[in-house]
Design a protein around this ligand. Structure first.
Ligand code: 1JT
Length: 256
């Protein structure tokens, strides 16, 4: 089971710190022999992501705020200048206003709704369009989602609607990019205590509730999400596209 990603290059967007799901994915990709390139959102994150890249043996850290077209274009230009061919792209990016994850969903403002959609769903379309030409011999595009897209999970609110949109984007992109041998899939992870999740109202309560109901009687480990990402990015995943794979200790199958 070793070196499933030998001779592959992966671009990973969304490493913010060592608790990021993208960080676990990057480490697993390096373990499997991939050359890994990371991006960071702002100058504020530059040093942290550069240090994490060096620590895990990733190749490079490049700036890219996915809501700025010029930054996405500059990233692609840089990769082209370096003669980079991509085999895998991981999109692990989401944002919503804190107040929208605490008040009733019915109170969601137009601005809050559009912001969550832009950063959390439309950015996958941006990334797909920009990176597809670099996946010269085909490739795998992956994103992260959560059960709140298809079920009502208290407080997930506007993010649930954005993730529903993201999952639909996965299907339409898989259809468009399939002829180019680019596969597009999402991993629906169980709740994980990342920096983003930490600020969310009642998040700790949810982490405590999952083990009581999940078939595996425990929470989700970022390392097992990462191993599913390895599978999807590797040739083992070659027949899988347009899917949402649940890595959630089985929680999603339960009715009660
Ligand atoms: C964002 C945040 C996206 C938290 C997220 C997220 N995707 C999953 N989580 C964790 C989570 C959050 C809530 C939840 C269940 C899981 C924070 C803001 C940026 C985007 O509700 C039950 C609220």
């Amino acid at each position: 089971m070793s070196h499933l990603l030998e001779r592959k290059t992966a671009l990973i967007l969304g490493v913010a710190n060592k608790w990021s799901i993208a960080h676990a994915i990057a480490r697993a990709f390096v373990r499997e022999g991939a050359r890994v390139l990371l991006t960071y959102q702002s100058e504020r994150q530059k040093l942290t992501v550069e240090e994490l890249a060096a620590e895990m043996g990733a190749g490079k850290a490049l700036p890219c705020d996915v809501t700025r077209d010029q930054e996405v274009a500059a990233l692609i230009e840089q990769l082209n200048a370096d003669n980079t061919t991509l085999d895998a792209v991981v999109h692990s990016i989401a944002f919503a206003g804190r107040e929208d994850l605490a008040r009733p969903f019915v109170e969601t403002s137009r601005e809050g709704y559009l912001l969550a959609q832009e950063v959390s769903a439309y950015s996958l379309v941006t990334v797909a369009r920009a990176t597809a030409p670099l996946m010269r011999t085909g490739g795998a595009l992956l994103t992260l989602t959560y059960l709140g897209s298809v079920r009502v999970v208290p407080n997930y609110n506007v993010m649930g609607v954005a993730k529903a949109s993201l999952e639909a984007c996965v299907r339409y992109l898989a259809s468009d990019l399939g002829p180019l041998k680019i596969r597009v899939n999402a991993i629906s992870a169980g709740p994980i205590k990342t920096a983003s999740a930490r600020g969310v109202k009642d998040f700790s309560k949810m982490l405590e509730a999952v083990p009581a109901h999940a078939p595996l009687r425990r929470n989700t480990d970022p390392a097992e999400v990462a191993d599913t990402a390895v599978f999807l990015a590797s040739d083992l995943g070659r027949g899988v596209t347009g899917n949402v794979i649940y890595v959630d200790a089985g929680f999603q199958i339960m009715g009660l």
